[in-house]
Ligand binder design. Structure first.
Ligand code: NAD
Ligand code: UGA
Length: 458
C-alpha cells in the first residue's frame, strides 16, 4: 500500500509509543514506525503484553499494529526510509559532571542527532518531542547541518503535554498542540507538514505556533506551573494540620475563583513522575546559567516543598506511632506515582519506603499495576520488603496503612475486614485523602489525613 506520509519516531517509551499509536490510529493513510535501541522494549510492543500500562492504549495499538504502525530496532533503516522524524528519547537529569543533579542529560538526544545525520540519504523534518532545555534545537541544527551536504534538515519543537494515566484521552483531545519553528521558508513549510498531521483530528484553532525557543521553554514552564500549584497546596496542607482548617475545603474555596481554577489543587504526599522534578531542576539550572539566581531560587523552592511534604509524612508516622517504627509492619497502598499507570519513576513511594526501612520498619507493598516496577526500584532490599497483589492479604498483621497512590480500588475497600486482621492500634495515613476518614475512625482506626485534623481514639 502507498502511504501519504512516512513517519518515524525514535524512542519507544511512555511518550513515543502512545503518541505514535494515536497518529497511526487517526491517520490510516500514514505509515508510522517506532524504533528504539532497547530490543526488549520493542519485543514487548510487538507482543500482546505492552511495555506500559495506559488505559485505552491496548485497543488503539491492536487496531493499528502491523497495518500502519510498526515497532522495530532498525534505527538505520528507519532514518533512511522516513522523511518525518520525531525524537522522543529520554532526557533525564544529569548524574555526573557539571550540572549533576540539575541539568538535563542530553547524551541520548545528541546521539540521536548524530545517527540521523549519519543515516540520512534525503532531507528530513526532525521534530523535538522530548522535553529539552531552551536552545537545544540550536545544537540539533548545528550537528545536522554541519556537513553542508545536499541533504537538509528542518528542526521543529513539538513538545508533548500528555499526562500518564490519561495519555490516550489527552492525545485524542489535547488542550493544544504547540509547534515551534524557524521563521524561514523551509522552517514554515516543515511546520505546515506537521500541522497537517495533527489536523487529521485536532481542530486547527488548537494547533498553535511560536518561535522555536518559546516552544521549548513553554513545555518546561507548563510543568513548572503545574508542580508549583501542587507544592502550593501541599505547603498549605501543613498549615491546615496545625490550625484545624481542612485542605479540601480550602482547596475548593480557592479553586472556585475562576481566575485560579480547581485543577492541581489536591493535597498529596508529594508529586512524583519522571518529569516534574527533572524539568523544574532543568529550569533552575538554566536560570543559574543565565545569572538569574533569584528566579532559580524561586523555582527550586517548588521541589524543596515537595521533599518537605514527603519527609513530613514520614515524621508524622513516626511520632504518632510512639516514636518507633522498628519491627512494625507498614502496608503501602500504591507504589505508582499516580493512579492508572504502572510507572513508578520518582514516585514518593520510593523515598518513603527507603525512609521507613531506615527506621527499621517492615514494608508490604500492594499496587494493581506497579509491583513489577516496584520490585525493580527496590532491588537489593528483598527480605525487608514484600509485594502482595491483594490488598486484603497485604494488610494482615500490619500496624499501619500508608495510602500513597489514589487508585480507585482503595476508596471502597471493606475497611472493617481490613481492621480485623491488623495489629492494634491500627493506623491509616492517607497521603491522598481518598478514603472515608470518619468511617475508618468509627471502625476503630486512628486516621491521619493530609491537611486535615487527625481523627484518633486517644
Ligand atoms: P522513556 O524512558 O519511557 O522512553 C525513552 C526511550 O528512548 C527508551 O525506550 C530508550 O531506550 C530510547 N532511546 C534512548 N536513546 C535512544 C537512541 N539513541 N535511539 C533509539 N532509542 C533511544 O521516556 P519517556 O517517558 O517516553 O520520555 C521521553 C521524553 O518525553 C522525555 O524528554 C520526557 O521529559 C518527555 N515527556 C514525557 C512524558 C511522560 O508522560 N512520560 C510526557 C511529556 C513529555
Ligand atoms: C505531567 C503533566 O501533567 C503533563 O502535562 C506533562 O506532559 C508530563 O508531566 C510530562 O512532561 O511528563 P504526569 O507526570 O504524567 O504529567 O502526571 P500528572 O497527572 O501531572 O501528575 C504528576 C504528579 O502530581 C503525580 O504524582 C500526581 O499524583 C501529583 N498530583 C497531581 C498531586 O499531588 N496533586 C494534584 O492535584 C495533581
Amino acid at each position: 500500500m502507498k502511504f501519504d506520509k512516512k513517519i518515524l519516531c525514535i524512542g519507544a517509551g511512555y511518550v513515543g509509543g502512545p503518541t505514535m499509536a494515536m497518529i497511526a490510529y487517526k491517520c490510516p493513510q500514514y505509515r508510522v514506525t517506532v524504533v528504539d535501541i532497547n530490543p526488549i522494549r520493542i519485543a514487548e510492543w510487538n507482543s500482546d503484553d505492552l511495555p506500559i500500562y495506559e488505559p485505552g492504549l491496548g485497543e488503539i495499538v491492536k487496531a493499528t499494529k502491523g497495518k500502519n504502525l510498526f515497532f522495530s530496532t532498525d534505527i538505520e533503516g528507519g532514518i533512511r526510509d522516513n522523511d518525518i522524524i520525531f525524537v522522543s528519547v529520554n532526557t533525564p537529569t544529569k548524574t555526573f559532571g557539571a550540572g549533576a543533579g540539575m541539568a538535563a542529560d542530553l547524551q541520548y538526544w545528541e546521539k540521536t542527532a548524530r545517527q540521523i545525520l549519519q543515516y540520512s540519504q534525503s532531507s528530513k523534518i526532525v521534530i523535538e518531542k522530548s522535553t529539552l532545555p531552551v536552545k537545544t534545537a540550536l545544537a540539533m541544527e548545528k550537528i545536522l547541518n554541519y556537513t553542508k551536504s545536499s541533504v537538509s534538515f528542518d528542526v521543529l519543537s513539538n513538545p508533548e503535554f500528555m499526562a500518564e494515566g490519561s495519555a490516550i484521552k489527552d492525545l485524542e483531545n489535547p488542550d493544544r498542540i504547540l509547534i515551534g519553528c524557524r521563521e524561514t521558508e523551509s522552517g514554515l513549510a516543515a511546520r505546515e507538514t506537521l500541522m497537517e498531521i495533527y489536523a487529521n483530528w485536532v481542530p486547527r484553532q488548537k494547533i498553535i505556533t511560536s518561535n522555536i525557543w518559546s516552544s521549548e521553554l513553554s513545555k518546561i514552564v507548563s510543568n513548572a506551573f503545574l508542580a508549583q500549584r501542587i507544592s502550593s497546596i501541599n505547603a498549605i496542607s501543613a498549615l491546615c494540620e496545625k490550625t484545624d482548617a481542612d485542605i479540601n475545603e480550602v482547596s475548593k474555596a480557592v479553586g472556585m475563583d475562576s481566575r485560579i481554577g480547581s485543577k492541581y489543587l489536591s493535597a498529596s504526599v508529594g508529586f512524583g513522575g519522571s518529569c516534574f522534578k527533572k524539568d523544574i531542576l532543568n529550569l533552575v539550572y538554566l536560570c543559574q546559567q543565565y545569572g538569574l539566581h533569584e528566579v532559580a531560587d524561586y523555582w527550586e523552592s517548588v521541589v524543596k516543598i515537595n521533599q518537605y511534604q514527603q519527609e513530613r509524612f514520614i515524621l508524622n508516622m513516626l511520632t504518632t506511632m510512639f516514636n518507633t517504627l522498628a519491627g512494625k509492619r507498614i502496608c503501602l497502598f500504591g507504589f505508582a506515582f499516580k493512579a492508572n499507570t504502572g510507572d513508578t519513576r520518582e514516585s514518593p513511594a520510593i523515598y518513603i519506603t527507603r525512609r521507613l526501612l531506615e527506621e527499621k520498619a517492615e514494608i508490604v507493598i500492594t499496587d494493581p499495576k506497579a509491583l513489577k516496577n516496584a520490585k525493580a526500584d527496590l532491588a537489593g532490599m528483598e527480605g525487608k520488603v514484600s509485594f502482595v497483589e491483594d490488598p486484603y492479604k497485604a494488610v494482615e498483621g500490619c500496624h499501619a496503612i500508608a495510602v500513597l497512590t489514589e487508585w480507585d480500588v482503595y476508596r471502597n475497600l471493606d475497611f472493617q475486614k481490613i481492621f480485623n486482621t491488623m495489629t492494634k492500634p491500627a493506623s491509616i495515613f492517607d497521603g491522598r485523602n481518598i478514603i472515608d476518614h470518619k468511617r475508618c475512625l468509627d471502625i476503630g482506626f486512628n486516621v491521619y489525613p493530609t491537611g486535615k485534623p487527625a481523627l484518633t481514639h486517644s
